[in-house]
Design a binder for this molecule. Sequence first.
Ligand SMILES: [Zn+2]
Length: 137
Amino acid sequence: MLLVPPLLVWTLPQTLAGLVFAAWRRLQGHRLEAYRFGPFLYLVVPAPGPLSPGISLGLVIFASTPDLLKHEFCHLVTALWLSWLYLPVYGLEYLIIGHDRSPHERLTCRFERTIPWSWHRLHRRRGEESPGPTERR
Ligand SMILES: [Zn+2]
């Protein structure tokens, strides 16, 4: 919880974009969920993001399937050094050399394989007795 205010400022442009798209998805009827991954808290929209089935926009994650969550959570690690340059750097890398060859995308894939944290949904869904499965890898 203590990390949320500094991370909001550190990732402000992409988090604001994420909140705008999350509000748009909410108006379409999608739910918004709170998740924890390691020490970080996220707002997750279990629906495709803008332009992609999964996208990380600061503290807001869009994932059309749970399989995408860990990768999208790991994008916050690269955002820790890119800060407000996150969107321009990723945008230029994807535009110039493509998504799969982007150095930051490759680094995120490496974090996805090596970071031992699991993610947890922080609340119950309607009708559930517990907050649902926790990813264990
Ligand atoms: Zn990625």
